[in-house]
Design a protein around this ligand. Structure first.
Ligand code: ADP
Length: 616
């Protein structure tokens, strides 16, 4: 990375910190500056006080200096304490803002990016680095260190300027001292660099261990894993693994700490030699009466602080440089563009659900793959139609739904809404046309009503109606707080556990609540047995009302009630028509149907599955 790029990234990081919480940023920086300034008050006034004592100044003057020292430190400490408290309170806001920005990015990423393995890797790395403090938090850290060092250097320079006016020390002595200061500073820079490099290396090694511990803790603390841990008696083994990871961390830390301690020895010796030389010059000048006794302590303290400041500044700059590598990745992630949001046409809101969608010669390949997941798809949805999409696993059914919902855009052909390419519509408005229940749907651990409405505010009556339609009515009646009941126990002790089947019913109710003109069920029932899937699908058919509903399944029998069935085979629509038409025609549908019917009959041995019933 070039210096220019380092500066650009650091500035952007600083601006982002400022934008997360301006008040936090300002409180923090001002507090750091004040804290760095406080030690100079006693240094300055103690010198004055000693000089006044030596000069037998009146008692009032002595008291004035004592009062100024104590009073000024008191006032500065009160202000800095107030700023520090405010900063601590706002720190959570800062963390939340950062976390929010990260999650928000994930939610607004184009779906294709979420499925892209490279982006997943970047995301994971960024998240992991952030957890150990790299990225934006270390930018703040480096900024704080820079401000602290700058204040120390400037203040000590201001208080030592008069040192160089001492006449009793010759030019050679003064030059020698300046050289000494530079040498001490250079040694300090070198040692700081080595310590910081080691620290960075430690953080990187610790990063791996932290990631391991994070995943380990996630696993053992999740109650799903609790069953496996107990049944397979894994507790001792997992405990040992955790202990070993802790031990590695501790050893790593100890190794770095020892080396760092050794690193500081030569610098300390050099600093002390320098201090000794400064003392020599000062004592000599004081004996000649050229400087006051009070200034001796002042100059020595300031030279020490000055060298410390240089080493702090180096440490902060090195930290910033190192952190910029992570920050660059962080910004790369935040900068992933979203081409999905470009359209601006509004989607006409219609109560009669008269929405016409057509796939016109659509073909699609997943990014980075050679094979066509969909090829030359032509399909038009009739309003209110119950359409089934069937086909073997991998035939392109889910991909078809992803394109319909604009999670991906076609590579060839177009999808039209009321005759206009869907890319031209406002993305959010277009998405609002669909209620989808995917196979891998997730229900959040919020109140049941909120989950069904996908929002904090909801209409309890409508929620209840949808849950009853989705056959969750009985269970709802048994819930202590009705629609206010929390799902799962993450956020409330009174939360209820629900079975997979119940979760599916809630997901179906959520699809109904949205009241969208299109309802898409992408095998949310795949985990159920064929008879139950058939029941859920045919029941849903009677409650989906006017909505155009698309049922997807690899089990043909589950969809036979649909007005139209499209049979997908290797990314193409092999056949379409009603169950009767397709069964009569010898083709893919018949082939699959016979294969599945045979399987069911053999499987349960009684011939009572929906497939066998139909065939019988
Ligand atoms: P179905 O829903 O009928 O089981 P899919 O639409 O999920 O089939 O998959 C169609 C084809 O696209 C399959 O060959 C599958 O391996 C491939 N595919 C699905 N998702 C991805 C993805 N995210 N990246 C690459 N290929 C994918």
């Amino acid at each position: 990375m070039t210096l220019r790029e380092h500066i650009r990234i650091f500035r952007r990081g600083g601006k982002l910190c400022f934008d997360f919480s301006k008040t936090y940023f300002l409180c923090d920086v001002c507090n750091i500056a004040l804290e760095a300034l406080i030690p100079f008050v006693p240094i300055y006034f103690s010198a004055k006080l000693i000089d006044a004592l030596a000069a037998h100044a009146p008692l009032e003057e002595l008291f004035l200096y004592a009062l100024l020292t104590v009073g000024l430190v008191f006032v500065l400490k009160v202000i800095s304490g107030f700023l520090g408290k405010k900063r601590d309170i706002l720190m959570n806001l800062f963390y939340l803002e950062e976390d929010g920005k990260f999650s928000e990015k994930a939610m607004h990423l184009p779906y294709a990016a979420l499925e892209d393995p490279e982006i997943s890797r970047i995301r994971f790395r960024v998240k992991r680095a952030t957890q150990t403090g790299f990225n934006i938090f270390y930018t703040m850290n480096a900024l704080e260190g820079g401000v602290r060092a700058a204040v120390r250097i400037l203040a000590s320079l201001a208080l030592t300027a008069s040192f160089f006016a001492i006449r009793s020390a010759g030019v050679a002595v003064k030059l020698g001292l300046v050289l000494g200061i530079f040498l001490a500073a250079a040694a300090s820079i070198l040692s700081t660099k080595r310590i910081q490099d080691r620290q960075n290396q430690f953080m990187e090694e610790a990063n791996e261990l932290n990631a391991y511990e994070y995943i380990h803790n996630e696993y053992v603390s999740h109650y799903d894993a609790g069953k496996d841990i107990r049944l397979y008696a894994m507790a001792d083994w997992l405990g040992d693994e955790h202990f070993n990871a802790d031990l590695k961390f501790w050893k790593l830390n100890a190794k770095h700490s020892y080396r760092n301690a050794l690193e500081t020895v030569p610098v300390t010796i050099l600093n002390d030699l320098l201090k000794f030389a400064v003392y020599g010059v000062l004592i000599h000048a004081a004996l000649l009466g050229e400087i006051t006794v009070g200034s001796i302590a002042k100059y020595v303290s300031c030279v020490t602080i000055f060298i410390g400041g240089i080493s702090d500044l180096t440490r902060s700059a090195l930290l910033a440089f190192h952190n910029n590598r992570y920050l660059k990745q962080y910004f790369e992630y935040l900068d992933i563009p979203n081409h999905m949001y470009k359209g601006s046409l509004t989607v006409e809101k219609r109560d009669d659900y008269d929405v016409d969608i057509e796939f016109r010669d659509v073909s699609f390949r997943y990014p980075g793959t050679e094979t066509w997941a969909l090829r030359h798809i032509n399909l038009r949805f009739k309003i209110g139609q119950k359409l089934a999409i069937v086909g073997e696993n991998g035939s392109g059914k889910t991909t078809f739904i992803k394109l319909l919902c604009r999670l991906y855009d076609p590579d060839e052909g177009e999808i039209l809404l009321n005759g206009v390419n869907i890319k031209k519509y406002d993305y959010g408005e277009y998405m609002s046309l669909f209620s989808v229940v995917f196979q891998d749907f997730r229900l959040f651990a919020f109140r049941l009503g909120e989950v069904v409405a996908s929002s904090r505010s909801y209409d309890p009556e409508k929620v209840r109606e949808c849950l009853v339609k989705a056959k969750f009515g009985d269970r709802l009646g048994s819930l202590p707080e009705g629609t206010e009941t929390y799902l799962y126990k993450h956020f409330s002790d009174k939360g209820v556990e629900i079975s997979g089947g119940e979760a599916q019913k809630i997901a179906l109710a959520r699809a109904l609540y949205r009241n969208a003109p299109f309802i898409l069920l992408d095998e949310p029932t795949a985990a159920l047995d064929p008879v139950s899937e058939y029941e859920v699908y045919s029941n849903f058919n009677s409650i989906s009302g006017q909505a155009t509903t698309v049922y997807i399944s690899h089990r043909l029998a589950s969809c036979r009630f649909c007005d139209k069935i499209a049979v997908f085979d290797q990314g193409r629509i092999a056949q379409s028509g009603s169950h009767e038409e397709l069964y009569e025609a010898a083709g893919k549908y018949r082939e699959l149907w016979d294969a599945q019917a045979q399987y069911y009959v053999k499987d349960n041995g009684q011939g009572v599955s929906p497939a066998s019933l139909e065939l019988g």
